[in-house]
Structure formats: structure tokens, C-alpha cells
Design a protein around this ligand. Structure first.
Ligand SMILES: [Cu+2]
Length: 507
């Protein structure tokens, strides 16, 4: 990394010198040669980093597609952000419901806006009716896990940490609780804008749009409450690719609006968990794109790449009225998986710029019929070789730490009221083979473990292979005063074929 930089600097300087004939005089920015130094911001080492001034300010949080007002401040402040984690069922498409996990009750989560140099006191509350623990990793935070290491929040609890916003830019935040991919796939992401000290240039309209890919056991637009499909997620075969969390979130009456003559700035993020977005607005050209959400902008751009866990800001000036269609230009995603939103511009026609024929009706009217074949169930891993019980325990321990300890804790003690103990568990003792079954098919509804009642959900961990489940089970059986014994790969394979009565339909 360092080495690349060393080689790049002289290269860039040489390039700048080699291009004196380029006419940049029409742009208000400096010449390319000056750009390299004059526009350097100093990253995290330069800014308005004095102590917070004035009374603490409560951050204004907004739901998509809205953006909080500019901070309008010329000094650093202490800013308090209060964000609630809410798990709730919402429509993902017409007649299709999904259990989203959200920051602030929406997908994407609430938009946060601060100024570089601000000291942010971050409060995360997980609603008491949540089933899962959650945390937050803000890409704009300098520190372990971007805050994740300090914000693990079980249902009905609240955590707090403080950070100084060192780097200006547009940053994604997301939940980073295991299984991380599942939390993100369920909608746990949003954005935080860290304004540069001088603020951003004023524009007429600002909007917040975020792409995400979603994985349901049913096919695209298959009606009813659709459960999350871990196998499709691992295979990176999304059922839906969406802007702002649902098909139609930003079309019809809910379209973004602007007027001819206005300049629109969009803050566009990509929560992933898997796909990279080729973000494009049909019928517009971005006058400026702050690619990757950073400080520099590119001009006159048709399509900009937004990585999973990344963002971009873009501005365009509206010359003619009409419906402009926001898409992921990996175009089947737009017309067959939902990645489509509308910006409606009102105002007088300008026939010199555009004759007035509109093409958007065709695009929207032809929302294609469901055509996604169900994704085949991933083939079971075919590992061979018999392990001794001791080897199984060793292998299982590693997997346990990476998979189960998030909730049941490293010592198997669980968490009071939320996650039952699997150490010395009478539930396991009563039926040792319940262990692989619970891992494979999950568990929900009331259970009593060692005299205490629990009523929550453990998601199925069927992404684990038969070997892995056999090994974790064997490790748990032989730990913490549990009854001992072993579970074989063949037993797990057999259990995988049989679905328990309470398992979700699908596949
Ligand atoms: Cu989460």
C-alpha cells in the first residue's frame, strides 16, 4: 500500500505537467497541478478539532428519502445521536411482507448528519420486543469495529459510546453482529454524513437513497410473509434488489420531486450485503459525482459504481421536466428485481434541449412478470474422512466461537432473559440429538431451560455443513457438564432432509 503511494505521487505530478494544454479555464476549480496539493484536506490529521463548544446538540435524524438540514455550524460541537433498533414486519413488495431489522424503523436507517470535528455521543437502544442482539459499525468512526466493539446491545438494553468525527465524507453504517451478512441483509444499514468544516455548497434539494439486496425463500413477488433465505444469500442470488427497502418505495406518489431549474444533490449508499451497484439516472447526467463518498469530485458522469458498504454523492441540474428513473444499470436488477426509483421534475418544457417525448412510462409500465427460477438448494458439502471425538471437539470449538458465542457466550452461559444457557442445559440433557436439530432448523417459541422460560427465536444455521454441525454439537455435548456423546455427519445429513413441523415453507 505504502509502496504504491510512493510510486504514484511522481507519476501524478508527471501527468499533471504533461497536460498543460488541457483547457481547464472554464471550470471554477484550480488547475490540475494545483489540485494535487491545494485540494488535499489532510484526512484525519487536519480539521476543526478543538474542544466541543456550546450546549450539546441533539442530532436531527431523518427517514429516507429525507436528509437532515446542514449543521450550519462553524465550530465543533458535542452532538448526541439516539438511534433505536426496531425489528418489524413491513412490505418488501406488493403483497409480500418481510421481517426487517432496522435502525430507526426504516430501511435504510435514519440519516445522521454531523460536522468534521464534532464529538458524537452515540446512544443505541434495542427495543424490548426485539429477538436479536445488534450493534453498529459506522464507517465514519475511527476506532475498533467502527463502534461495533462498544455497542453490542441485547434486546431491551441500551449502550453508549463517543467518537470524534475525524474524516469528512459520506459513510455507511451497519450492524456487525454475527451472522453479519444476515443482519445487513435484513436491512441494518444507513448513512452518516460528516460535513467538511466549511460545509457543502447549498443546493435546492437533497435526497437520501440506498440500495440493498434481499433474499427470500419464495420467488420474486411470491405473496405472503417471506422468510430470509441464508443459502441464497451465501450464493449471492438476491430475490430483490431495492432502493430504500421496498419495491415501489420511491415510485408513484412516493417519487422524489424537484423543479426544472433546480440543482439536486443525492446521497446514495449501498448497504449490500453482496452486490455492487452501477448507479445511473435514466435521462440525466451527473454534473458532479463525489465518488466513493470522498472529497474529490468527477464531472459529467453517466453511471457511477457504488461498492457494497460504500456511498457516493452526486449533483445534477434539471433542465427539462419529466420522470427520471434511478436504476442499478445491471439492468435485470432494475426491471426484474425491483431496483428502480423515480425522480419527478415539474416545470416548463424546453424543446431545444429535449423534444418532449417521454420514455419513462414504458419502463415503468413494463414491470416484468416474475421470472426468477427458484434458486437451487446448495449442494451439501461432501467432506470425507472420519474424525475422532477429540478431533471433532477441537474443530467444533473453533466453529462455536465464530458462530454460537455471539448469543450463548463463549462459556455457554447465555444471557439472562434473552439467550438460554447451553452449558449444563437440561434441554440438551433431555434429548442430546436436539442440539444438531436446533442448529439446523433453528428454534422459536416458548422453551424452558434449567427452570427459566425463554420465548425468542434462534435463526436456523443451515449454512453450516453437515460436518460443521456434527462438530459443533459434539463440542457442546462434551463441554460445561453437558451429557457427552457424539453427533456424526451422517446423522446431521439425515436430519437435514426432515423438516420440523414449525420450519418455514419454501425452497
Ligand atoms: Cu443487527
Amino acid at each position: 500500500m505504502k509502496r504504491t503511494t510512493v510510486y504514484l505521487i511522481p507519476l501524478l505530478a508527471a501527468l499533471a505537467l504533461a497536460l498543460p494544454a488541457c483547457d481547464r479555464s472554464s471550470t471554477p476549480t484550480a488547475t490540475p497541478a494545483a489540485d494535487a496539493t491545494a485540494q488535499e484536506t489532510g484526512g484525519s490529521r487536519k480539521g476543526d478539532f478543538g474542544p466541543p463548544q456550546g450546549e450539546p446538540i441533539k442530532a436531527v435524524l431523518t427517514s429516507p428519502p429525507h436528509v437532515p438540514p446542514a449543521t450550519g455550524r462553524s465550530h465543533p460541537a458535542k452532538v448526541i445521536v439516539e438511534l433505536d433498533v426496531i425489528e418489524k414486519v413491513m412490505p418488501i413488495s406488493e403483497g409480500v411482507d418481510y421481517t426487517f431489522w432496522t435502525f430507526g424503523g426504516t430501511v435504510p436507517g435514519s440519516f445522521i448528519r454531523v460536522r468534521q470535528g464534532d464529538t458524537v455521543e452515540f446512544h443505541l437502544r434495542n427495543m424490548p420486543d426485539s429477538k436479536m442482539p445488534h450493534n453498529i459499525d459506522l464507517h465514519g468512526v475511527t476506532g475498533p469495529g467502527g463502534g461495533a466493539a462498544s455497542s453490542f446491545t441485547a434486546p431491551g438494553r441500551r449502550t453508549q459510546f463517543t467518537f470524534k468525527a475525524l474524516n469528512a465524507g459520506l459513510y455507511v453504517y451497519h450492524c456487525a453482529t454475527a451472522p453479519v451478512g444476515m443482519h445487513i441483509a435484513n436491512g441494518m444499514y444507513g448513512m452518516i454524513l460528516v460535513e467538511p468544516p466549511e460545509g457543502l455548497p447549498a443546493v435546492d434539494k437533497e435526497y437520501y437513497v440506498m440500495q440493498g439486496d434481499f433474499y427470500t425463500t419464495g420467488k420474486y413477488r411470491e405473496k405472503g410473509l417471506q422468510p430470509f433465505d441464508m443459502e441464497k444469500a451465501i450464493d449471492e442470488h438476491p430475490t430483490y434488489v431495492l432502493f430504500n427497502g421496498s419495491e415501489g418505495s420511491t415510485t408513484g406518489d412516493k417519487s422524489l420531486t424537484a423543479k426544472v431549474g433546480e440543482t439536486v444533490r443525492m446521497y446514495v449508499g449501498n448497504g449490500g450485503p453482496n452486490l455492487v451497484s452501477s448507479f445511473h439516472v435514466i435521462g440525466e447526467i451527473f454534473d458532479k459525482v463525489w465518488y466513493e463518498g470522498g472529497t474529490k469530485y468527477q464531472e459529467n458522469v453517466q453511471t457511477t459504481l457504488i461498492p457494497a458498504g460504500g456511498a457516493a454523492m452526486m449533483e445534477f441540474h434539471l433542465e427539462v421536466p419529466g420522470s427520471y428513473v434511478l436504476v442499478d444499470h445491471s439492468i435485470f436488477r432494475a426491471f426484474n428485481k425491483g431496483a428502480l426509483a423515480i425522480l419527478k421534475a415539474d416545470g416548463p418544457e424546453n424543446k431545444e434541449i429535449y423534444s418532449g417525448l417521454e420514455v419513462d412510462e414504458m419502463y415503468i409500465g413494463d414491470r416484468a412478470a416474475p421470472n426468477l427460477a427458484a434458486v437451487a438448494v446448495a449442494a451439501a458439502a461432501q467432506k470425507t474422512g472420519e474424525l475422532t471425538v477429540e478431533e471433532q471437539i477441537q474443530a467444533g470449538k473453533e466453529l462455536f466461537m465464530g458462530t454460537c458465542s455471539t448469543c450463548h457466550q463463549a462459556n455457554g452461559q447465555g444471557m439472562a432473559g434473552v439467550f438460554p444457557p447451553i452449558a449444563d442445559s437440561d434441554y440438551i440433557k433431555a434429548d442430546p440429538k436436539s442440539l444438531p436439530r436446533v442448529i439446523l432448523h433453528g428454534l422459536e417459541g416458548p422453551v424452558t431451560v434449567n427452570g427459566t422460560d425463554y420465548n425468542s427465536i434462534m435463526p436456523p444455521m443451515n449454512q453450516l455443513t453437515d460436518d460443521e454441525i456434527a462438530n459443533i454439537s459434539t463440542y457442546v455435548l462434551n463441554s460445561w457438564n453437558n451429557p457427552g456423546g457424539k453427533v456424526t455427519k451422517a446423522e446431521v445429513a439425515e436430519m437435514r432432509k426432515t423438516k420440523p413441523a414449525n420450519a418455514s415453507a419454501g425452497h
